[in-house]
Design a protein around this ligand. Sequence first.
Ligand SMILES: Cc1cc2nc3c(=O)[nH]c(=O)nc-3n(C[C@H](O)[C@H](O)[C@H](O)COP(=O)(O)OP(=O)(O)OC[C@H]3O[C@@H](n4cnc5c(N)ncnc54)[C@H](O)[C@@H]3O)c2cc1C
Length: 355
Amino acid sequence: MKEFDYVIIGGGCAGLSLAYELEIHNKLIDKKLAIIEPREDYKRDKSWSFWKVTSHNFSDCIKKSWKNFTINISNNTKYLECSKTPYQTIDSGLFYEKIINKLKLNENIFFFKNINEINTQNSILFNSVSDISDDKHKLWQHFYGIEIETDKKIFDDEIFNLMDFDCEQKNKVHFFYTLPFSKNKALIETTWISELNDKSIMDYEKQITNYLNDRLKIKKYKINYSEKGAIPLFQINNLKKLNQINIGTVGGMTRLSTGYTFLNIQEQCKYIRENIKNIQKVKLFQISKKYRFFDEIFLKVLRKNPEKMPNIFYKMFESNTETVINFLSNTSNIFEDFSIVTRMPKWIFIKALFN
Ligand SMILES: Cc1cc2nc3c(=O)[nH]c(=O)nc-3n(C[C@H](O)[C@H](O)[C@H](O)COP(=O)(O)OP(=O)(O)OC[C@H]3O[C@@H](n4cnc5c(N)ncnc54)[C@H](O)[C@@H]3O)c2cc1C
């Protein structure tokens, strides 16, 4: 059986980002890499968005970038600017194509459908796969979105809507999210933060149709693309295995209060590449403790008081926008943290702290 220096389990966002990072920094010249990925072909299946607080390898895969956004609760809308850290959306189709084309040029990189095809005894494993589908009683961010195209130019593509909470909440947290890619094309998503055991909130298509018809007043459109997902808002307990480093969602790269993961994955990949020679000895790359602590409290508050969350998110954006973006993107300083924390309803958070 074939042996490899490195094995990446799961050729999705984290697995491919890591392979690409290693490849472009010449770390695979004299090392063999196997990527284990069962999918038959790669096609666009996700739109990864984030505020660009650091550089990344995929500026040529950006579908659209915005410098302005809104957030709504019933009867109130905030207009916010993010020109220093524009909000970017990466097209996963372009991302997969760019990486696969690059990796194919290196004869030291091999693709397999199943890990049983290789011998991993002497390899360092980077794993992005875990079975967490049974954790239905924990909190998830679950969503469904469609990219629509209209005949008329109806969208303002200079400004996106981050969260529209002016919708039915059903004692959960629910909002719509609209990314206008052009004047007649936009991705509209219905997003819930809840457990996964209530099927009554999963009529996503109906929710979007109603939102388009009643709120955005769009009746005629065609659907070009759709995406569906569920991001775990909890730490995934993986059995620690010798020679295995978890990456991506499984490796704890999701900010649990927001679901943002993509840029954290890129930072994790940079760290692994920088330390690749000693990767089994250096400490694991993690989202910093202060954000993990805040997110834990935040999610306790969310679980107990879902009805308060639209106002809490809205109030958070009363701080300077840059401050909020830095906080949500793990780049805030202590003064910025303080500014966010002081806008949170104190008693609810203090109670959650001691529960
Ligand atoms: C639809 C969607 C939209 C998202 N949008 C955003 C966003 O806007 N911004 C953001 O920051 N984050 C977003 N996320 C969260 C996160 O960025 C993504 O989930 C990201 O893809 C996580 O990367 P990953 O490598 O951990 O997992 P994945 O990208 O899911 O990769 C895992 C890979 O493992 C493969 N696999 C499965 N089983 C096996 C097996 N047994 N052996 C080997 N391989 C296997 C899968 O086919 C897959 O390719 C989104 C998530 C989803 C689902």
